[in-house]
Design a protein around this ligand. Structure first.
Ligand SMILES: *[C@@H]1O[C@H](CO)[C@@H](O)[C@H](O)[C@H]1NC(C)=O
Ligand SMILES: *[C@@H]1O[C@H](CO)[C@@H](O)[C@H](O)[C@H]1NC(C)=O
Length: 371
């Protein structure tokens, strides 16, 4: 600041002395006016004229006049310097204010810079965190994409499995066990039918157990399944006395399955299985002093498989006897069964008539064979 002041003073000095005539030999270091040998310009002379007598005297002496003029100018210059000094002081104050302001600004900006640097560092740290987070996300995304691929494969497999499990399946034969049922897709434990040795069987399958575990398959019983229901009950409407031929019937009470042909009296087995037959009739004997009898046979394919018999002796009058015959037979498909009188005395007959109903032949399928 002092250098600036000195420079300014110097500059002003130059300005001040520049006001003098070109003949003024300026020497700021030795401020001593000397006499100029040529006259001053007219206007300068006019300016410094004074009304006083003394001044007139001075004015008459060119050297003194010159000196007075110079002295006045010096006074003015001193005043100017004072003014400039004040201005410089003001300027100095202003400069100090300016410096203070600049320092303040600098301090402020420095503070702000530190703050900014702190913030920048924080931002950089956050950016680094974000980068690492994004990198993690990318990794996770990569993993997820892999997972999705694995899932897609799994879904495809499951779809195939689902299609296989919901589509029709077969082991190529009827199931004969719970294990067979399991192979064809049964998973819910419960009561099921299987093909047993000869019949359809009802079993409980516990699919939560292994096939060799006790209780995996529990037999409940054989099922009363008949592919052709077979029941007949027939009667005669008149007496019959022919020997050696099948007894035919006139009245059919029940003939489910049409296995009994009443016109021939022959039962033709529609399905293999166990059948039950029952016959009851009334033998009528005439009055005779001799022993009389009647013998009936149940025939299977021409062979007697069961016999009924009735007899009488010392009869003096009419005589009646019941003949009964029941059998349970295992028959095969197509087997023929009938009744006939195999032998009897003369005058014996199977007694029946309209609205009497003494003769009954009944048969039915007890259990069909399945294999
Ligand atoms: C079926 O036959 C087998 C062997 O012949 C026998 O072990 C099994 O007990 C039979 N099952 C039934 C329910 O009769
Ligand atoms: C049974 O016999 C009587 C008398 O002969 C006859 O009227 C009736 O129609 C016969 N019934 C059958 C079903 O043949």
């Amino acid at each position: 600041m002092k250098i600036l002041e000195i420079a300014l003073i110097f500059a002003l000095d130059l300005v001040v002395f520049a006001q003098f005539t070109a003949s003024w030999n300026y020497n700021p270091g030795l401020f001593f006016p000397y006499v100029v040998h040529h006259p001053l310009p007219a206007q300068v002379t006019g300016q410094v004229e004074s009304p006083s007598h003394q001044e007139d005297t001075v004015n008459r002496v060119p050297c003194l006049r010159e000196f007075k003029y110079t002295s006045q100018r010096l006074d003015e210059t001193a005043l100017d310097i004072q003014t400039v000094k004040k201005e410089l002081e003001m300027l100095s104050a202003t400069s100090q204010n300016l410096a203070t302001t600049m320092v303040t600004i600098w301090i402020l900006s420095t503070t702000n810079l530190e703050e900014s640097l702190k913030r920048t560092a924080e931002s950089l740290r956050q950016l680094a965190e974000t980068n690492s987070f994004v990198a993690n996300l990318k990794n996770e995304l990569g993993e997820s994409v892999k997972d999705v691929a694995v899932m897609k494969t799994k879904i495809a497999e499951l779809t195939t499995e689902l299609k296989a499990s919901t589509s029709a399946t077969s082991i190529g034969r009827m199931p004969t066990s719970c294990q067979d049922l399991q192979q064809t897709g049964h998973v819910k434990s419960g009561i099921n039918f299987i093909l047993g040795n000869k019949s359809i069987e009802t079993v409980y399958c516990d699919f939560t157990k292994l096939p060799n575990d006790a209780g995996f398959q529990k037999l409940i019983g054989s099922s009363d399944v008949k592919s052709v229901p077979t029941y007949f009950s027939v009667q005669k409407n008149n007496s019959f006395s022919a020997v050696g031929i099948p007894i035919h019937f006139e009245i059919s009470k029940v003939n489910t399955g049409e296995a009994m042909e009443i016109a021939s009296g022959i039962f033709t087995t529609p399905r293999s299985g166990t059948h039950y037959f029952s016959f009851i009739g009334l033998a009528q004997f005439q009055s005779s002093p001799d022993f009389v009898y009647v013998e009936m046979g149940l025939f299977l394919n021409g062979d007697v498989v069961g016999t009924g018999y009735a007899s009488n002796s010392r009869n003096t009058d009419f005589k009646f006897s019941q003949i009964a015959l029941q059998m349970t037979l295992n028959l095969r498909n197509g087997d023929r069964v009938w009744l006939q009188i195999t032998d009897m005395s003369d005058g014996v007959s199977l007694r029946d008539a309209h609205n009497q109903h003494y003769t009954h032949f009944t048969g039915f399928l007890l259990q069909e064979d399945f294999a």
